[in-house]
Design a protein around this ligand. Sequence first.
Ligand code: PMP
Length: 363
Amino acid sequence: GPDYVRAIAPYQAGKPIAEVAREFGLDEANIVKLASNENPFGVPESSKKAMAQVVADLGRYPDANGFDLKAALAKRYDVPADWITLGNGSNDILEIAAHAFVQKGQAVVYSQYSFAVYALATQGVGARAIVVPAAEYGHDLDAMAAAIDADTRLVFIANPNNPTGTFIPAAQIEAFLNQVPETVIVVLDEAYNEFLAPEHQFESAQWVRKYPNLVVSRTFSKAYGLAGLRVGFAIAQPAVTDLMNRIRQPFNVNSLAQAAAIAALNDTVFLEEGARNNAAGYQQFVEAFDELGLEYVPSFGNFVLVRVGDDDEAGARVNLALLKQGVIVRPVGNYGLPQWLRISIGLPKENAVFLAALKQALG
Ligand code: PMP
């Protein structure tokens, strides 16, 4: 294989519940998983019903163009349907963007402590990564703009960012977009957008009218509770969308996923309940961290990054102690944060189980 493929460090996903049960001799029912920023409420009932309707048709291929889902998204975000690209999760969107806009030897800009798939998508096309040092665990957009060189074709920005939870206000992103040459595509990855409080929301999907190089990326994996189905989407101007669709796999979003996503999109009750639970769970976490004297990064997502020690074994050590108690969280040593753990916000009871296990683990 190519050298640049051999150089890739594999993605480290959250450990599955069944694997932890086997490895630590635990009962699956007693395991709490707060490791992958999943939705603690699971699949919305409305999506389950919609999927049941499609089962009989699974002998046929899915709609390759996702007509109904794109129509629903177009209505929701007030853009034409041909401005939308569907992805097998938003990871697929990130990869499609790299394949559509970057060739071997060109460059991609992203931030230190930002989402791991940016590195994978960059390396996967043999491009050079320009990793810009973070500021306060978040994006330093001025430094990112300055880092764009003649080879740069793509910039990835996560807002809110994973794994740190930091948020960039609208005005700063617009200032950045105004500086970036139109030959550079900017993927604004808003996987956690729906968890933002109303005062932090902004109409990023409408910005694509003004910025022909902007790609707004969203997912059904987090607030909509459909991580296992793999549905994401991008909004961009038709010239950009056209290129992305040329290299997209024709049937990348399956029939169950398309039906479930349409139902979830219209399930505002599910979304609101999830947002309320998330805000309450965040308070539960940070009050406990304050009590324990643990540093954390204020988060705008459905997870919190917390520093569990001041030696570089701390994250791995506390993670193992939590696993032994049946609590799965995410170590972030692979992000260069070996003293920290990232904890997804769960149901109040799950959060309490985690906090009790953490106290035990810290001795
Ligand atoms: N972007 C960010 C910032 C993420 O944290 C994630 C999920 N870990 C994704 C994209 C991809 O999620 P999915 O492929 O499930 O849409």
